[in-house]
Design a protein. Sequence first.
Length: 169
Amino acid sequence: SRSAFYAWIDRPASARAVRAQELGERVVALHGASDGTYGVPRVLSDLRAEGVVVSAKTVAKAMHDRGIRGCAPRQWRTTTIPEPDLANIPTDLVRRQFDQGRLDAVWVGPDPCGWTPTGVTSTPSTTPAPTTPGSPAKPTDSAPTTPARPASPSPTTTPTNPSDPTAGA
């Protein structure tokens, strides 16, 4: 009814509404004093240090109703792509493309041996592993190398066939 509406409009604020208004003003003041960085946990801590008995949800509601938010520090983002100016970073030979569409095309992990055009070194070197099968990497240092497999046997150690007429010639 019309009379109930005007009675509701003219009614004084309840104790809960008065407390919520005062709390909201105090929350805005504390948030502003922190240059807009404090969020619910810190504002709540400051209010409780002042002796105000209040819950975190009440502080969150007061902040939300007034459109204020805390300023959270940026999260730490770990990157796997190295900066180009850093020293001692191995070259990214696969250009971060680990899925080459075939099996055994790219291996990642610690390499106990160094790759050279003639084979594998017995001691690790700074030579990177090849990116595709059959294309050895170019050596970048003068590390001693040992072939991956022994060279073809010399003619003196090759067994001869006694029935071959050209074997002794």
